[in-house]
Design a binder for this molecule. Structure first.
Ligand SMILES: *[C@@H]1O[C@H](CO)[C@@H](O)[C@H](O)[C@H]1NC(C)=O
Length: 459
């Protein structure tokens, strides 16, 4: 008898719970966006631009925000406030900064697998309340991927709750980045791949950084069917060419005070200046450049001396500094001087404009992203020698037009020997003109014609 009553009672209990939840949702649930549809010309277009990273170091999301604001849209820019954001963002009346609290730091004693869920819950809590309650509902949420956990899930939930449209800006994949540090078979890599494929499909619109990435997102396992547009990155205004020798001289003396004595030689071409910025991480194999420079230095006949300036901070820096010191002591780097620097942004931009060749060691974890540093080098009119072993490489670096690709240290050493020699100056000059041309293409044109139209801000 008791058994016969059990199931109806459970059912009744569930119904009451459901009803209760529904009432709670009606009373406390977030409000919905009820503005006019995009493009109708009435009502302000409002966009929440969301990145689970430092706003100051998220140039692409910064440009999205500035573009929306420029066309009269109202922007809430959401992310961490670690470094100072772009001054145009701070002073823009149409952009509101919404900092999210920095995530807790991992105590050394806690294993990663226990800490990660705690960190995610912390982020879920803050993001949910900000997006569901603190902010007014928006017409669009534009979210950067990666990081994807938990932003993709939260953003798609909020869009359901608040009648907002979700636009995902694919910069790369979270799972391939994770796989490059934890190994492809790590359980977290599998989970995050599944997660990204699943929530990726919920976006009603998709932007990608390359055509190759858009093609890939159409295929399994992503299988995204919604509209998708590649929008290539463009250099910030701060990166621009410098042509007058006197400007070059004063920049070099200011930016590299310790190398002042070498500046006249760089200016008259009896020494070549190459610049590389690296994150000193395993996914940018710095040993390729070091190996290439050692080969260059040992070449018979005495090639043009090189000053190599390496900028950036990162975990493997100390290790490589020791190796450089060892090689120098052993006399294996004659005619090559390697210095490291961590420069303020404007100085870095000015240095690029004064160099002879930029070196990029970026090895795409997904195969379909592109290194922003090469975009910036082109903005400064600097041709590049860049690692070329991935699918999307040719969308940015055009062989023989604005740069040269290499896959091994041997190939890089050959490129250096050719382009930095007196005979290579015609080729280098051609590449430089190509770099200036590529770098002069602007973000605004591309954005206004593509994203602005979709958001109903431009026609
Ligand atoms: C802010 O939006 C208004 C229109 O609402 C526009 O005229 C103005 O140019 C925008 N300001 C900036 C700095 O983008």
């Amino acid at each position: 008898m008791a058994g016969a009553l059990l199931y109806p009672l459970i059912l009744l209990g569930l119904c009451i719970l459901g009803l209760f939840a529904w009432i709670l949702y009606l009373i406390f649930g977030p409000s919905q966006y009820d503005g006019s549809p995009a493009g109708s010309g009435t009502g302000l277009v409002s966009v929440h631009v969301l990145v689970l990273g430092d706003i100051g170091r998220s140039p692409r999301m910064t440009y999205h925000a500035l573009s929306v604001a420029k066309h009269g849209g109202k922007v809430n820019l959401i992310g961490y406030l670690e470094t100072s954001p772009h001054p145009d963002v701070v002073n823009n009346p149409n952009i509101t900064l919404n900092p999210i609290p920095a995530p807790p730091r991992k105590p050394d004693s806690l294993p990663f697998l226990l800490f990660a869920p705690w960190k995610v819950l912390y982020q879920v809590y803050h993001l949910f309340f900000l997006l569901a309650y603190t902010l007014e509902p928006a017409q669009w949420i534009l979210v950067q991927n990666p990081p994807s956990i938990p932003t993709l899930a939260i953003a798609s939930l909020i869009c359901q709750l608040r009648n907002t449209k979700l636009m995902i800006d694919w910069h790369n994949y979270g799972w391939t980045i994770l796989a490059s540090t934890r190994g492809p078979r790590h359980p977290l890599v599998r989970i995050s791949k599944l997660y990204e494929c699943l929530f990726g499909r919920l976006g009603s619109f998709h932007l990608t950084v390359t055509h190759a990435m858009a093609r890939q997102l159409r295929r399994a396992p992503y299988s995204i069917k919604r509209e998708m547009l590649p929008v290539h990155d463009r250099p910030a205004a701060i990166f621009r060419p410098v042509s007058s020798p006197s400007a070059r001289e004063s920049i070099l003396q200011r930016v590299l005070p310790a190398e002042k004595g070498l500046v006249p030689r760089i200016l008259d071409g009896s020494m070549r200046l190459i610049v590389s910025s690296t994150s000193w991480t395993p996914d940018e194999d710095f040993s390729i450049l070091l190996d290439a420079l050692t080969r260059y230095a040992s070449a018979a006949g005495g090639l043009t001396p090189i000053l190599a300036v390496i900028t950036g901070k990162g975990p493997q820096k100390e290790m490589y500094l020791e190796r450089i010191a060892e090689l120098t002591r052993a006399g294996r780097l004659p005619n090559v001087r390697i210095v490291t620097a961590f420069l303020p942004f404007p100085d870095y931009a000015a240095l690029l404009a004064c160099a002879d060749l930029g070196i990029c060691l970026h090895m795409s974890s997904s195969g379909v992203d592109l290194p922003m540093k090469v975009v910036d080098m082109f903005g400064a009119g600097l041709p590049v020698a860049a690692y070329s072993g991935y699918e999307s490489f040719g969308e940015l670096v055009k062989e023989g037009s604005n740069g040269r690709g290499f896959k091994t240290a041997e190939e890089l050493a050959e490129i250096l020997a050719r382009l930095l020699s007196p005979e290579g100056q015609t080729e280098l000059e051609t590449l430089r003109r190509g770099a200036v041309r590529e770098g002069s293409r602007r973000w605004d044109e591309e954005w206004d014609a593509k994203v602005g139209v979709i958001m109903g801000l431009t026609t």
